[in-house]
Design a binder for this molecule. Structure first.
Ligand SMILES: [Zn+2]
Ligand SMILES: [Zn+2]
Length: 376
């Protein structure tokens, strides 16, 4: 499973201002794509990631509707919009997606699988513990029903492309070929399909594709971690052949919990107690994912000490074994004492032989040694 990292601002990725014109954005993307094309950066292992990052930024900023949502709500505003999941795509496929920019550079394979899509869902820790299901609604470029995806109007047929003779690819000589050497590119006339539409379908203007809403239910397995993705096979865009669909990658965000912090499969809870409870021992109710549990601490409990509630953590994603809940004790010193309390504490202090407390004894021994060694 892929683990997503925090996303950079799309404008920053392309190096453009927030009010950049579509033309400036296109230019900036072209520049980034050339700069980071992995073929030209064989020695830079990060080039491919940067290349894909730029492609994603361009997909959003070049689409007025997506750009508006991104401007308003940031990355979160794009969940469910159906952005391509570039981390699972090949470089050549990405290049061919924005054919118009590169003048056909790329070389889309005929009959290749459709593009992957990505989306995001947010779940609670309790849902992580049990696993859950989510309805997921998103839009994707889908087959046009009127023409079955062929792009040809009813009663008409597609015709073998005369530019490429039906191969879908041509050898490019000018333009970017000078940049990358001899390249085979997608046929600009038929866009790689090898055939073209004579009488275009009204429903899709001959493209064979329309935007469609899709509603599915995804299963989120117990134990999943923040940033991991659930892959739903065959829920991406349809391929060139109209059949082989890409996948949908649903990234899971785990919402912050008021008490628990996750450490692998353990849950850490920091519990403040008073110094008298720590010194004398006490019994507490502690929050657990299931509700509440009981914790008994012995007298003389130290600040920072961790108590373990076995099996009260999260299940492991692979083997289902549960982690523990770790309750860390934070001893709080009162900021204010009333008269009686102060008098009691002063009495207590008089009974205290500081040199017998093990921690402080060690400290004072070391202090004496340090000062003695430094001055003599
Ligand atoms: Zn062609
Ligand atoms: Zn159609």
């Amino acid at each position: 499973m892929a683990v997503a990292t925090a996303k950079r601002d799309y404008y920053e990725v392309l190096g453009v201002e927030k009010d950049a014109t579509p033309e400036q954005i296109k230019k900036a993307y072209r520049r980034c794509a050339h700069k980071f094309h992995p073929d030209r950066n064989a020695t830079d292992p990060g080039a491919e990631a940067k290349f894909k990052e730029a492609a994603e930024a361009y997909e959003v900023l070049s689409d007025p509707a997506k750009r508006r949502r991104y401007d308003q709500f940031g990355h979160a505003g794009l969940s469910g919009v159906g952005i391509h999941d570039y981390s699972h795509m090949g470089v050549e496929d990405i290049f061919s997606m924005f054919d118009d920019i590169f003048g056909g550079f790329g070389g889309r394979r005929r009959g290749s699988a459709g593009a992957d899509l990505q989306t995001e869902v947010s779940v609670t820790l309790a849902e992580v513990a049990s696993g859950t299901e989510r309805p997921l609604q998103f839009t994707r470029r889908d087959l046009c029903e009127a023409c079955g995806g062929s792009g040809a109007a009813a009663g008409s047929r597609r015709q073998t492309c005369s530019t490429c003779g039906g191969y879908g690819q041509v050898e490019q000589t000018g333009g970017l070929a000078g940049f990358f050497g001899r390249v085979i590119t997608t046929c600009p006339t038929c866009r790689g399909r090898g055939s073209s539409v004579v009488t275009p379908c009204n429903g899709c203007r001959g493209t064979g594709r329309v935007m469609k809403e899709r509603l599915i239910t995804i299963r989120i397995p117990a134990g999943i971690h923040d940033g991991q993705a659930v892959r739903v096979r065959g829920e991406g865009e349809p391929g060139e052949d109209g059949m082989t669909r890409g996948d949908l990658h649903c990234y899971v965000r785990v919402a912050k919990h008021p008490f628990f912090e996750r450490q692998n499969n353990d849950l850490v809870c920091r519990m403040p107690i008073s110094f008298t409870q720590a010194a004398l021992g006490a019994k507490f109710e502690v929050p657990t994912l299931a509700g509440k549990g009981e914790l008994k601490i012995p007298g003389g409990t130290q600040h920072g000490h961790v108590f373990r509630l076995a099996g009260q953590g999260l299940p492991d994603l692979r083997n289902g074994r549960r982690g523990d809940e770790l309750v860390q004790i934070l001893v709080e010193i009162p900021r204010r004492l009333n008269k009686d309390q102060e008098a009691l504490l002063r009495d207590f202090a008089r009974t205290e032989d500081k040199t017998v407390l093990p921690e402080s004894k060690g400290f004072f021994d070391r202090l004496v040694e340090y000062l003695g060694g430094g001055t003599s």
